[in-house]
Write a protein of this length. Structure first.
Length: 263
């Protein structure tokens, strides 16, 4: 017996079929944000690294994403096992781990995401096993197979160890963090600098050649998103909930004010 397909299974299918997937960062606490955006996105990037979301808020967003039919990945604040364990136990189907610096760190992350004998994840799920209704052995096998593990390359250390990182089995995707990578290369914020563009392209091509999916996070920038697609990136977190709110208000009010001023 196996569990029905979940939204991350469908996300993988979209990536395998060549679909270019777009999704927003979720930074606000209200799950209505996720519910409202779900029909417009290919995935959600729920961000715990740079935002004051609680695990209760994350759980509510995961419920809203599931109801809306969209896969949700949670970026944890760091590679600490305690964070990974708790985020997976509240039902996240996938995680993004930022600021990777070593091969050993990647191995630890992969192990923390899977139950024994494959890994070292402690047993204590709730939502993931349908609140105890699913058979334990079925749940354990499916949880180990399904979890989507994304490793974020955004430090010079990780960039220079990329080939060794790609040799580590058990994770699904490389995610490029262009802003922090540019800073780590001594070119903070210079995303159009040839060295940064080349680094992103190199990470994408080498990761694809190694059979990994490739994602990237970025500001709401059409040209950068299109360049990422040309470089071989398959899924892009572009913009986020708070930015969409501000951008829409600025654009609307600006148009109204311009027409009022021209009367």
């Amino acid at each position: 017996m196996s569990l029905p397909m979940n939204h991350l299974d469908l996300f993988r299918q979209r990536l395998d079929s060549g679909k270019f997937c777009l999704g927003p960062a979720i930074t606000l606490t209200d799950p209505v944000v996720t519910e409202a955006l779900a029909p417009s996105v290919d995935f959600f990037w729920i961000d715990l690294e740079h935002n004051p979301l609680s695990l209760e808020s994350v759980t509510a967003h995961l419920i809203a994403a599931r109801a809306g039919g969209a896969p949700a990945l949670v970026r944890v604040p760091c590679s600490d096992v305690a964070w990974i364990k708790r985020v997976l136990d509240v039902g996240a189907e996938g995680i993004i781990v930022p600021q990777i610096r070593s091969v050993a760190e990647v191995r630890s992350i992969v192990s923390a995401c899977r139950y024994p004998p494959v890994g070292t994840r402690g047993f204590g799920p709730r939502r993931g096993c349908n609140y105890g209704r699913d058979d334990n052995q079925t749940y354990l096998a499916e949880a180990n197979r399904r979890v989507f593990v994304a490793i974020q390359i955004e430090t010079a250390e990780a960039y220079h160890q990329l080939d060794a990182i790609l040799d580590v089995p058990g994770f699904d995707s490389i995610v490029i963090g262009p802003n922090d990578l540019s800073g780590s290369l001594g070119l903070m914020g210079q995303l159009d600098h040839p060295q940064v563009v080349e680094a992103v392209a190199s990470i994408a091509s080498r990761s694809r050649a190694a059979g990994r999916y490739v994602g990237i996070g970025m500001a709401p920038d059409v040209e950068h998103a299109l360049r990422a697609a040309r470089q071989g990136v398959q899924w892009v977190q572009v913009g986020g909930d708070c930015g969409f709110l501000i951008e829409s208000a600025e654009r609307l009010y600006s148009r109204i004010r311009e027409r009022c001023d021209s009367r």
